[in-house]
Design a binder for this molecule. Structure first.
Ligand SMILES: NC(=O)c1ccc[n+]([C@@H]2O[C@H](COP(=O)([O-])OP(=O)(O)OC[C@H]3O[C@@H](n4cnc5c(N)ncnc54)[C@H](O)[C@@H]3O)[C@@H](O)[C@H]2O)c1
Length: 281
């Protein structure tokens, strides 16, 4: 896709963070947008911030975990905006827990949003992107879709799954010669609300509120920067987009030390854990 001007893009999870920044950037570039979220207040704020751009803005409350809601939304967007060129499967949540402690209901909650939400969005919009003759699918994975990390087992499972699903999809569409690009996006730490809204199973020396705050403080990249990188990935039809210096570094370490990186993480986590246990007394 050479330009997004005059095109139609649908974005899930657009009530906050990366989704909101994408909606604003695409609207500024003259792209009509269909934005959805379960957070209707956040969504209304995003719509208001996109309002001055002179493009069409369609909002809908859509829970990406519910296939029928995503399918109905895709049909509505195509009908009301005259077609769809881009779907950005962005909605996501976080969960901090060891695998021993993780509750099945929390694991399923996360998988239903972070993995199945991406599948629902891709399959519901694919026929419309094919019909548009110039389409792009963006699926948001993470650097945690590149490396496994203690207390992130559920999130890792979903984000690795998104990467595999997206890479397979890209190849299938290429084999068929369809004019639809596909990008797997791997952000590092982005300053958004994700950590604040995370579910956490507290465990001394593993996961606690202080650890979540420390983790969030290390996030370096703004959502606006992430949105610019994602737009470039669409325009340049990139297979993969890393976001942030931390993501570039993590990718390098994973490729240079594909198994040894785990020993390094274990050594770092043990040191961090001793400090956390000392702090807790
Ligand atoms: N922030 C980071 O450091 C980071 C890093 C890597 C990947 N990501 C990924 O980026 C994406 C966007 O996250 P963000 O950082 O902007 O977080 P955010 O919390 O600021 O925004 C996520 C949005 O998704 C929405 N959402 C949650 N559950 C939903 C559901 N069931 N249906 C529809 N919408 C739902 C939320 O209401 C929220 O508005 C996520 O997929 C996340 O996993 C974020």
């Amino acid at each position: 896709m050479k330009t997004v001007q005059g095109k139609v893009a649908a974005i899930t999870g657009a009530g906050s963070g990366i989704g909101r920044a994408l909606a604003k950037l695409l609207a500024q570039r003259g792209c009509h947008i269909a934005i959805s979220d379960v957070n209707e207040k956040g969504l209304a704020e995003t719509a208001e911030q996109c309002g001055q751009s002179g493009v069409k803005v369609l909002t809908a409350r859509v829970d990406v975990a519910r296939r029928e809601e995503v399918e109905a939304w895709a049909a509505q967007v195509a009908r009301e905006l005259g077609g769809v060129n881009v779907i950005i499967n962005n909605a996501g949540v976080a969960l901090g827990s060891t695998i021993e402690d993780v509750r099945y209901e929390d694991f399923e909650w996360l998988m239903n949003i972070n993995f199945w939400g991406v599948v629902h969005g891709t399959k519901a919009f694919l026929p419309h992107l094919k019909a548009s003759g110039d389409g792009h699918i963006v699926n948001i994975s993470s650097v945690f879709g590149l490396i496994g990390v203690p207390t992130q087992g559920a999130y890792n499972a979903a984000k690795f799954a998104v990467k595999g699903f997206t890479e397979a999809l890209r190849q299938e569409l290429e084999i068929e010669g369809l004019p639809i690009g596909v990008t797997s996006v791997h952000p590092g730490g982005i300053k958004t609300n994700i950590a604040r809204n995370a579910r956490v199973t507290e465990r001394k020396g593993w996961v606690d509120a202080q650890a979540s705050r420390d983790f969030e403080k290390a996030f370096a990249t703004t959502p606006e920067r992430a949105a610019q990188d994602i737009l470039q990935a669409i325009l340049k039809n990139r297979r993969r987009q890393l976001i942030g210096t931390d993501a570039v570094l993590i990718d390098l370490v994973q490729r240079a030390l594909p198994t040894l990186y785990q020993s390094l993480l274990v050594a770092g986590a043990r040191r961090w854990r001793r400090k956390a246990l000392d702090r807790a007394g």
